[in-house]
Write a protein that binds this ligand. Structure first.
Ligand code: NAP
Length: 337
């Protein structure tokens, strides 16, 4: 699922060109067209799929690898192998998110975390993108956190079936249903934001220690688009005007995949909705709505992002753009710089 999104987005990318593909034993030796059942972009249809052991041809043809391997242990060893050999790795997987020297990056929040890269033990940099569900609410929270310090939040996600991968959720299980459990997802929502809001130290990234998060994660019968319903309190209580101003003033980065306005606000009482709002700014903006007081904490709102674009391939490509324009990049300069 994520690999195909990468292929579609990279097919028209101004800086990156797909030159090599690797997959599992299931698809080794097939063309990308065969492996995807005909869904591959025409420019990549004839590319053959290699195994993860084909390191030498990868080194000859690539400078940077996008990792979206479904199996966590395989992802862990493959990502280390590529980075050790000298290929920069931009990961979508959870394999290295817990490693103190691997930055978990949402560029609009913590681009400065790339400063931890000189502490890595590999020849080339390895950076990760957070879990897809965080993207629906963390940027809106982080923009207020800068001035009012996030204290605690209770987050309830409703996540699309595409987030579970091609074979993740059976149609009979999810149709006409909600599944109130996604393996390891609540833990990721309670730890990854703390790392993203943390600080680079000489011992790697130290997660923020004074923020408490509680997450409920649910799978729902929507194809694409993760929703988060958030109740939140800050150290100093912002006004409604301050929150809306911070969101509308959140500026996009000067990178090809960055949306001009990373946070959009819909004033209608029944927005955001996955079908209506997930494609905002080509799937790269977070859409918020329903900002209102919370009788228990301070504020409530709803956030939505496209899990396959901002939450997966688009977010990974944005991270790669950030990496190649940073002073930590050692490879070929992107053509438009
Ligand atoms: N779906 C989302 O919204 C989303 C968002 C953010 C992050 N992610 C993460 O991205 C990764 C992929 O997710 P997905 O939704 O694309 O899952 P998926 O549709 O199940 O695809 C899994 C991919 O991993 C490859 N793979 C699995 N085992 C392998 C092995 N032993 N060796 C080499 N390749 C192997 C598969 O290759 P073959 O096709 O060749 O078998 C396939 O390309 C996961 O780590 C997931 O947590 C997903």
């Amino acid at each position: 699922m994520v690999g195909l999104r990468y292929a579609q987005l990279l097919d028209r990318h101004p800086w990156f060109r797909v030159t090599f593909l690797a997959g599992s034993e299931r698809t080794r030796g097939q063309t990308y067209q065969q492996a995807t059942g005909g869904e591959a972009p025409a420019s990549l249809a004839a590319l053959p799929i290699h195994g993860l052991d084909a390191l030498q041809p990868a080194l000859e043809r690539c400078e940077l690898v996008f990792s979206c391997i479904g199996d966590r242990e395989t992802a862990h060893s493959a990502e280390e192998k590529y980075a050790t050999a000298g290929l920069a790795v931009v990961s979508n997987t959870a394999a290295h998110r817990g490693c103190p020297t691997v930055p978990v990056v949402i560029p609009e929040i913590n681009a400065s975390h790339l400063d931890v890269l000189p502490q890595q033990k590999w020849k080339a940099p390895l950076i990760a993108k957070p879990n897809c569900s965080l993207q629906s609410y963390l940027l809106p929270l982080a923009t207020i956190h800068k001035s009012h310090r996030l204290k605690h939040a209770i987050i309830t996600t409703m996540q699309a079936v595409s987030g579970a991968g091609r074979t993740g959720v059976g149609s009979v299980a999810i149709l006409d249903n909600l599944i109130p459990f996604i393996s390891r997802e609540e833990e990721k929502n309670q730890t990854e934001p703390l790392k993203i809001l943390g600080t680079v130290t000489k011992e790697g990234i130290r997660p923020a220690s004074d923020i408490e998060l509680s997450a409920h994660c649910n799978r729902i019968s929507v194809l694409d688009g993760h929703i988060a319903c958030v109740s939140v309190a800050f150290e100093s209580n912002p006004s409604e005007e301050e929150i809306l101003a911070a969101w509308s003033q959140c500026e996009g980065l000067a990178l090809p995949s960055a949306p001009k306005r990373p946070i959009l606000y819909r004033p209608e009482p029944d927005r955001p909705q996955p079908r209506l709002d997930r494609d905002a700014s080509g799937g790269m903006s977070v859409t918020c709505g329903r900002l209102r007081p919370c009788p228990v904490l301070q504020w409530r709102f709803v956030g939505l992002s496209h899990n396959m674009i901002r939450g997966a391939a688009g977010g990974g490509i944005l991270n790669a753009e950030l990496l190649v324009t940073s002073h930590h990049w050692y490879g070929t300069q992107p053509p438009s710089r």
